[in-house]
Write a protein that binds this ligand. Structure first.
Ligand code: UDP
Length: 385
């Protein structure tokens, strides 16, 4: 029996958890299985990140039905449940707020403790499916790693026990600190199309994949109008669904916007470091920009990461609003000067804190005991007569 299983399933999971996975692999004090849920499956959304960040390949990969959200979630739950029939662990770890974390239902059905990395973040926008997912897994978790004290407070406000929540800082800081040299040489991985496009000119880096933005015609039109407002060049590594929706809505980007398929992490971070600023609706990309000192426009109606506004590294652009003046966003972001803010996300030791805590909990067998003793309830009894 291995001590732990960690179940991940999307691009930013591999990036953010890369050091945690490596520390777990190096540790002689703990054993684990790495399971890939199957949510992202193409080479440029998955495998490239394992090789670039030297992450051990998954021990198991689920075969799931990716037809729609319900089939993805239900098949991840089923696969998780059946995997746990054959493999026992002291706890199963999830990260974030996507379909993959709903696999925790298959874990609690076995009455195995759930660990949630990136817990207690809240946008307080109940229309976001991610808000429902993260709230659900937090309330089912026996150990939550919250990145910031403010997130812990949000969990406490919902009645989550203080014993459950451990504040660790955000592991994306660790990844950025540790990989600077690789980012500097990341341009070597860029294809000629992008290199020839940017030459020595100034440029902006853009991404957009959030469903509330790309599936809604008005929002996607606003995003296209914002990008078309820019005088400078824009490199836009674009997710496949976004590419599809641009065609569907007949939206055209100007010739100063280069659209490519998603690219690897090292070349993406190389572009970010060399860009003037970033335009994105990605949670991780605006954090990364804030950490490396790049201004950003965050294209979101609501966010669970308000810190980028608080420290002044990001301008809010809400694509769901009626927008008349697009220029104002570009002019505002151009006024943000890098390094005027202090990144608020952590000291770069988050992965280590998480792994040390996992080792301690596993070695003392406290996973089953320490957190919820006061109101322990054996779920397995619920299924008996
Ligand atoms: N990223 C990348 N290549 C790309 C676009 C993004 O490596 O073409 C990285 C980016 O640096 C960040 C992560 O992927 O670390 C963000 O993923 P995404 O926007 O899909 O997820 P979110 O953070 O919104 O959950």
């Amino acid at each position: 029996m291995k001590d732990l299983a960690i179940i991940l399933g999307i691009r930013p999971d591999v990036i953010r958890a890369s050091k945690i996975l490596n520390l777990l692999a190096e540790s002689s004090e703990i054993t684990y299985d790495f399971i890939w849920s199957g949510q992202h499956y193409s080479d440029n959304m998955k495998d490239v990140f394992f090789s670039q960040l030297n992450v051990p390949k998954p021990d198991f990969e689920f075969e799931i039905d990716t037809t729609n959200d319900s089939t993805i979630v239900s098949s991840i739950i089923k696969n998780t449940y059946e995997h746990l029939d054959k493999n026992k662990y002291k706890a199963v770890i999830f990260l974030g707020d996507t379909n993959t974390v709903m696999g925790c239902i298959g874990v609690i059905q076995h009455n195995i403790p759930v660990v949630h990395i990136e817990g207690c973040m809240r946008s307080y926008d109940w229309r976001m499916p991610e808000e429902k997912y993260r709230t659900t897994i937090d309330h089912l978790s026996d150990r939550i790693y919250a990145y910031l004290d403010s997130y812990k407070q949000q969990g406490l406000n919902e009645g989550i026990s203080e014993n459950v929540i451990n504040v660790t800082g955000n592991p994306i800081v660790d990844i950025i600190n540790d990989n600077q040299k690789l980012f500097d040489t990341g341009g070597e991985h860029l294809d000629d199309k992008i290199l020839n496009f940017i030459k020595n000119d100034n440029f902006t880096l853009a991404t957009s994949h959030r469903r509330e933005n790309i599936l809604d015609q008005k929002s996607l039109t606003n995003i296209v109008n914002l990008l078309n407002q820019s005088e400078s060049k824009i490199v836009f590594p674009m997710g496949y669904k976004t590419q599809e929706m641009l065609k569907e809505f007949n939206l055209d980007l100007k010739s100063n916007v280069l659209v490519t398929d998603p690219i690897g992490y090292l070349e993406f971070m190389y572009l970010m470091k060399n860009s003037d600023y970033v335009i994105s609706d990605s949670g991780t990309v605006v954090e990364e920009a804030c950490i490396i000192g790049k201004p950003s426009i965050q294209m979101r109606h609501s966010t669970e990461r308000p810190e980028v506004y608080d420290v002044g590294s990001s301008i809010k652009f809400d694509p769901s609003e009626e927008i008349k003046d697009f220029e104002i966003y570009i002019s505002k972001v151009n006024k943000l000067t890098s390094n005027e803010w202090k990144q608020p996300f952590g000291d770069g030791n988050s992965s280590e804190k998480i792994v040390n805590d996992l080792i301690e909990l596993s070695s003392t067998d406290t996973f089953n005991k320490h957190n919820r003793d006061d109101y322990a309830y054996d779920v397995s009894n619920a299924f008996k007569e």
